[in-house]
Design a protein around this ligand. Structure first.
Ligand SMILES: Cc1ncc(COP(=O)(O)O)c(C=O)c1O
Length: 386
């Protein structure tokens, strides 16, 4: 048993990030400026996108992307209930309606075959989530979108670096929205990035991310910069600070190494749990293409001997941090009451929810931490297996 609790997630911050932040603090420029520009350029290059816009959250990125596609009152956006509230909340913010489509029971990603029956004349976009860091079936989603004239906005909060058919998420021509929240694969504390290849979409998002102003603060206050600006729209306050971008630049350099470490942890879990009856490890066609933001097992009560809730209890007793991703949105009071959902309306999301547990997986974990997680799972299995 561990002496100290193992956190469910913890950031890995190196000297580069610390030096970057100190330099930024000393520079006299704290908010959006050259560091943000540099981070945007480096990120666009890393994922292979034409444009990257740094913002202060993935939620902001999603909101901007939908707004730039002209989504508004009366519109419908197809998405998954197996996600964080932000994915659907931004649709609500625009006065539009999230239309849930059930997830695939194995990958927990939006099931493209279930999309057509939910398309109406009000549908304007599809918002898939790359659950846990495993890519959705983008070809199928894009084909449906093209056939029905719909936009695709990807919730790529978990998907850095995720590859679909060998190419990075962010390089497939849609608006893709990444999260740099403290627990994410690449963190800036709080932050996000939206990338796209579409010039007009990028221009609209850039305008709206900072008050709808025609010139940003850096340009206005630079020496010889003009003091004048125009308000072209009632925009949002979604810009990233240079302090955050300095962290992001260091994190981006380490991103591939972080990924390899998470991949290694996933492989160790896969091997260790393969023999445990009733612990179902993630099924992944392309392990390298998976960002491994989350390692989500399913506890099959009939075979394992105890259910998910009891399993969590036992892991917590062994001082292992765990989490559940996600409580499906259709059973959350707001969405349930507003749209009159029954839990059984999305049977795959509901069934998965009753079985899922996310185990710790992050670059900062030591070999001993990984051993502790495995040992705890084996112990719980040993006590309860029939
Ligand atoms: C699937 C998904 N989408 C969006 C978000 C929102 O990200 P942020 O906290 O950067 O706004 C999260 C955050 O956890 C998430 O898991």
């Amino acid at each position: 048993m561990r002496n100290t609790p193992l956190p469910f997630a913890a950031p890995m911050v190196g000297q580069e990030e610390i030096d970057g932040v100190v330099a930024c603090l000393r520079s006299g420029w704290l908010t959006t400026g050259l560091k943000v520009k540099e981070f945007e350029g480096a990120f666009a290059e890393y994922v292979g996108a034409r444009h990257a816009l740094a913002v202060n959250s993935c939620t902001a990125a999603l909101h901007l992307a939908l707004e730039a596609h002209g989504i508004g009152p009366g519109d419908e956006v197809i998405t998954t209930p197996m996600t964080f509230t932000a994915t659907a909340a931004v649709i609500e913010h625009l006065g539009a309606r999230p239309v849930f489509v059930d997830c695939d029971p194995v990958t927990l990603n939006l099931d493209p075959s279930a999309i057509p029956e939910r398309i109406t004349r009000r549908t304007r976009a599809i918002l898939p989530v790359h659950f846990a860091g495993q890519s959705c079936d983008l070809d199928a989603i894009r084909a449906l979108a093209a056939a029905h004239g719909l936009a695709v906005v990807e919730d790529a909060a978990h998907a850095i670096p995720t590859r679909y058919q060998g190419r990075m998420i962010g390089s497939h021509g849609n608006a893709s929205c990444f999260s740099f929240y403290a627990t994410k694969n690449l963190t800036t504390g709080e932050g996000g990035m939206v990338v796209t290849d579409d010039d007009a979409l990028a221009a609209r998002m850039r305008l709206m991310h900072l008050h709808g102003m025609s010139r940003d603060a850096w340009k206005r206050y630079m020496q010889n910069g003009a003091w004048s600006y125009e308000i072209l729209a009632p925009g949002f306050k979604y810009n990233m600070t240079d302090i955050a971008a300095a962290i992001g630049l260091g994190q981006l350099k380490a991103c591939d190494a972080f990924h390899l470490r998470r991949l290694e942890i996933a492989r160790r879990y896969d091997a260790a749990f393969a023999e445990i009856d009733g612990i179902v490890s993630p099924k992944v066609a392309d392990p390298f293409g998976h960002a491994w933001h989350l390692y989500v097992i399913q506890v099959d009560e009939a075979r394992f001997g105890i259910g998910r809730d009891e399993f969590i209890e036992q892991m917590v007793q062994r001082r292992i941090g765990i989490s559940v991703h996600f409580i499906p949105l259709h059973i959350q009071p707001y969405y349930r009451d507003r749209y009159g959902f029954a839990p059984s309306d999305y049977p795959n999301a509901l069934a998965a929810y009753q079985r899922i547990v996310s185990l710790p997986i992050y670059a900062r974990m030591t070999d001993a931490d990984i051993d502790d997680v495995i040992e705890a799972v084996l112990e719980v299995a040993g006590v309860h297996q029939r």
